[in-house]
Design a protein around this ligand. Structure first.
Ligand SMILES: *Cc1c(COP(=O)(O)O)cnc(C)c1O
Length: 383
């Protein structure tokens, strides 16, 4: 299942742009549905990974729910056809307007991250004559072994409620008016490529559920968040993440109660591999010790390398079989961090060659900015 790039069609297009392989997206969505076949499993797409309308309509049509982290994401999801009652809403800083919007749209669940937020939701719900369904976001203090900027489950993190404060929050949620406590929510980080953090998460949840049940409190829903990683180094070898292994881990390790719903919020693993950023080589510049390939895409189009030190596989799609050389592949933006790869081994590059920055479907287009007054990159689809 190789993404094929229509080079002839590309040659007439203005670069840079995002290209999405919808066949791969389709296969990915089918694989998620196949492997999440336990009827208690509910998969929400984390819209912050990519909110391109063409992508969203596809995911919506496949029957997924959605995970939002802002009111604007809720609006975007509803425009794309997602139903309010399939929307869950997380975020440490929900504004009053965003809370009101969520209540108006009768969203499935607010994932609550602090005590003052819980009180404000109760107050606004009471004013509106609505009941807010909520889950408490728990910070389980698990090291997801991922980049410091994308780990979210450690104790010193801004997200969620730590374990010591959880009993107070549960008690409060049970007493505040117009609040229905559905369960607990977790999201321990992103680009997690090992099983162990997920197993530890299950063990923590099992312990918590046993504890609460002994005090007569049961949860109708457990939300495990997202975080499943992808293979950035080998997009061709692993175009579809190991969803089978991922869901099996939870199936085997989580003590799911009868009638309990288990929610997942997958972002990156759904969309990353279907997207590439296509860019053109502007100049090949000889330095004293290096060769620079200066391309027309920059950190304004794809910020992950500059922001997280991430690496996207680079392919010369114009001349895939040329003699190999070493290049630093850099963008045109006036920042030294505007670099897509150092000492990349690539088939000989010349002015005008098209390069694909692979695995750019998640946290790519959506994080684009207008830095240097550059326009947002457009997007094209394989169909
Ligand atoms: C970002 C985020 C996700 C999705 O994370 P991925 O690593 O892209 O799967 C899920 N849940 C919440 C609350 C998030 O903030």
């Amino acid at each position: 299942m190789m993404t094929r790039f229509p080079i002839e069609e590309f040659s007439s297009l203005q670069t840079p742009f995002y290209f999405y392989d919808l066949k791969l997206l389709d296969r990915t969505l089918k694989e998620i549905k196949r492997t999440a076949r336990d009827s208690r499993f509910k998969v929400h797409y984390a819209i912050k990974a990519n909110a391109n309308p063409g992508i969203l309509r596809y995911i919506q049509a496949a029957g997924f729910g959605v995970d939002c982290v802002s009111g604007w994401e809720i609006e975007t999801a509803i425009e794309a056809g997602f139903r309010g009652d399939r929307i869950v809403f997380a975020g440490v800083g929900k504004s009053d307007n965003e809370i009101r919007l969520g209540l108006e749209k009768d969203i499935e669940c607010f994932n609550v991250e602090s005590e003052p937020e819980l009180r404000v939701i109760s107050q606004i719900a009471t004013e509106m004559g609505k009941t807010a369904r909520i889950a408490i976001r728990v910070n389980p203090n698990i090291d997801a072994h991922t980049h410091a900027y994308i780990t979210t489950g450690l104790a010193e993190n801004k997200f969620g409620i730590n374990l010591e404060m959880l009993p107070g929050m549960v008690a409060l949620a049970c007493t505040l008016p117009n609040i229905e406590l559905k369960g607990l929510h977790f999201h321990i980080g992103s680009q997690i490529t090992e099983n162990e953090p997920f197993v530890m998460l299950c063990e923590t949840i099992n312990r918590l559920q046993d504890e609460y049940e002994s005090r007569g409190i049961t949860f109708s829903s457990i939300n495990l968040g997202g975080g499943l990683g992808i293979d950035y180094a080998h997009p061709e070898r692993h175009p579809i993440p190991d969803f089978e292994g991922y869901f099996t881990t939870f199936h085997n390790h989580l003590h799911i109660r009868p009638d309990q719903e288990v929610h997942f919020e997958l972002g990156r693993s759904v969309v990353a591999q279907c997207g590439s950023l296509i860019t053109r080589v502007l100049y090949v510049k000889e330095g004293t010790t290096k060769k620079f390939a200066i391309v027309d895409a920059g950190m304004s189009d794809l910020i992950r390398p500059a922001l997280y030190n991430a690496h996207h596989k680079i392919e010369n799609i114009t001349n895939p079989n040329g003699e190999l050389h070493h290049y630093d592949v850099v963008g045109p933006i006036c920042e030294s961090s505007d670099c897509f790869g150092q000492d990349e081994t690539l088939p000989a590059l010349k002015r005008g060659d098209l390069l694909a920055l692979r695995s750019a479907g998640a946290y790519g287009e959506i994080m684009a900015s207008r830095y240097n007054c550059r326009p947002f990159p457009p997007s094209y689809f394989s169909e």
